[in-house]
Design a protein around this ligand. Structure first.
Ligand code: NAD
Length: 267
């Protein structure tokens, strides 16, 4: 049987992980490669991307690496060229990069605001800007943008810049999907809920009282299923959207949150 991503050329942006273990981007890159994709792992932190490459190669997969800061158009142009040099095209663009900090407008400095919007939001615009001409020529492509359920609802603490950037990704992706559907290019969002990944530890622990184990316990309790999701839940959803299994799915918001955003109240 043919693997789900056989020979697909995939660029994962933010393919490393900010700490030990599996982040969403790292797990998605690994799973794509397991399913036969040729992966280009991009990260600002080259060592983090190389760790993903090591794991992929160790498992028999194909992965190249390039370092890039995707807030910079020149870096994005270079990574696009690297993808063309390595694989001759781009079938899937997976935008995973995201940073977070808590706080409302009063607690957030203008510099922090602009930095987060540039990393989380402008980077998605830049990668699409550079990759779309290639996909348009191919008359095929799948773009996956990682948003968050924080784009839809209050998640328990002020999170103004992050929420704004993740909501913008929804609108951007839907616009993209409508514009590029005639070219065979699909664009979809994944909205993770509360996930247990390395990225939550340093920026969010304070919002949960300062203790990591306490934060974990609280976050598990907040989830209707009684536990947080993990990076593999996001990777599996990504695999569906990247592969031809979802060939008729575009402009959608795929919520992966164990029912959290249903807002069900339990006695
Ligand atoms: P991660 O922080 O472990 O990995 C992201 C990678 O992106 C890091 O290796 C980092 O070096 C890289 N990066 C950051 N800025 C960059 C830049 N300017 N250019 C290039 N690379 C850059 O995070 P992850 O677990 O892979 O998932 C992150 C995504 O998931 C984010 O978009 C985040 O908002 C989203 N998300 C996570 C949760 C959760 O609870 N963990 C919930 C909702 C959404």
């Amino acid at each position: 049987m043919k693997a789900l991503m056989q020979d697909k050329r995939v660029v994962v942006i933010g393919a490393g992980s900010c700490g030990e273990g599996w982040g969403n981007g790292k797990a998605a890159a690994f799973l794509y490669a397991q399913e036969g994709a040729r992966v280009l792992a991009i990260d600002r932190d080259r060592a983090a991307a190389e760790e993903t490459q090591r794991l992929i190669r160790e498992a028999g997969g194909i992965c190249e690496v390039a370092a890039a800061d995707v807030t910079l158009s020149s870096d994005v142009a270079d990574l696009t060229e690297a993808a063309m040099d390595h694989y001759g095209g781009i079938d899937v663009l997976h935008n995973n990069v995201g940073i977070s900090f808590t706080g409302g407008p009063e607690e957030t400095t203008e510099e922090e605001w602009e930095r987060l919007i540039r990393v989380n939001q402008t980077s998605v615009f830049l990668t699409c800007k550079h990759v779309l001409p290639i996909m348009t020529k191919q008359r095929a492509g799948s773009i996956i943008n990682i948003s968050s359920i924080a784009a839809l609802r209050w998640i328990g603490f002020p999170y103004s810049a992050y929420t704004t950037s993740k909501a913008a990704i929804l609108g951007f992706t839907e616009n993209l999907a409508a514009q590029y559907a005639p070219y065979g290019i699909r664009a979809n969002c994944i909205l993770p809920g509360l996930m247990d990944t390395p990225m939550i530890y340093s920026p969010l622990t304070a919002a949960y009282g300062g203790n990591v184990e306490e934060m974990r316990a609280q976050r598990n309790k907040q989830c209707p299923m009684g536990f947080m999701g993990d990076a593999w839940d996001i990777a599996n959803a990504s695999l569906f959207l990247a592969s031809d299994m979802s060939r008729y799915v575009t402009g959608t918001r795929l919520v992966v949150d164990g029912g959290l955003s249903l807002g069900a109240v339990r006695p």
